[in-house]
Design a protein around this ligand. Structure first.
Ligand code: 4NP
Length: 156
């Protein structure tokens, strides 16, 4: 099983959106037995909460299931157990790199590194901007490329 973890700050806006979108694509590709998808936040404030209303609205609009998606905080075990740790912005990367032992540092990348020609590498936080539709567009396109990348690399 290949394990993919999306990480943002609060785990209620961006990373749960990426988790649900990526899982949807994994299912469509018939790979749900091969790729496990989860998300976590670097912060602890929203642990146990469902995704933000804006994320829920966007996912519902796009007919993407988010059943069971609940906020949790990242732990050191995650850095060992997941194969791909996909951060939303450079602050998440900084936090994760502090947490990760040397041998796991290279697993930590930003989602927008997978989006060809992107003029930013940071997914803007809709918790502040309110622009959930734009964030969905970035996440949706990047997740297509991320899935292609993982399939090639893992021979799936
Ligand atoms: P997220 O957005 O990292 O995309 O889940 C945020 C959610 C909550 C907070 C910050 C960002 N907060 O400060 O509570």
């Amino acid at each position: 099983m290949v394990r993919v973890l999306f990480v943002c700050l609060g785990n209620i806006c961006r990373s749960p959106m990426a988790e649900a979108v990526f899982r949807h694509k994994v299912k469509e590709a018939g790979l749900e037995d091969k790729i496990f998808v989860d998300s976590a936040g670097t912060g602890h404030w929203h642990v146990g909460q469902p995704p933000h209303e804006g994320t829920r609205r966007i996912l519902t609009e796009h007919k993407i299931d988010y059943t069971g998606v609940t906020a949790r905080q990242i732990g050191t075990k995650d850095l060992e157990e997941f194969d791909y740790i996909i951060a939303m912005d450079k602050e998440n990367v900084r936090h994760l790199k502090q947490l990760a032992p040397h041998e796991h540092q290279s697993k930590i990348v930003r989602l927008l590194e997978f989006l060809p020609g992107s003029d930013t590498l940071n997914v803007p936080d809709p918790y502040y901007s309110g622009n959930f539709e734009y964030v969905y567009k970035l996440i949706n396109e990047s997740c297509d490329h991320l899935l292609d990348y993982i399939r090639q690399r893992e021979h799936l």
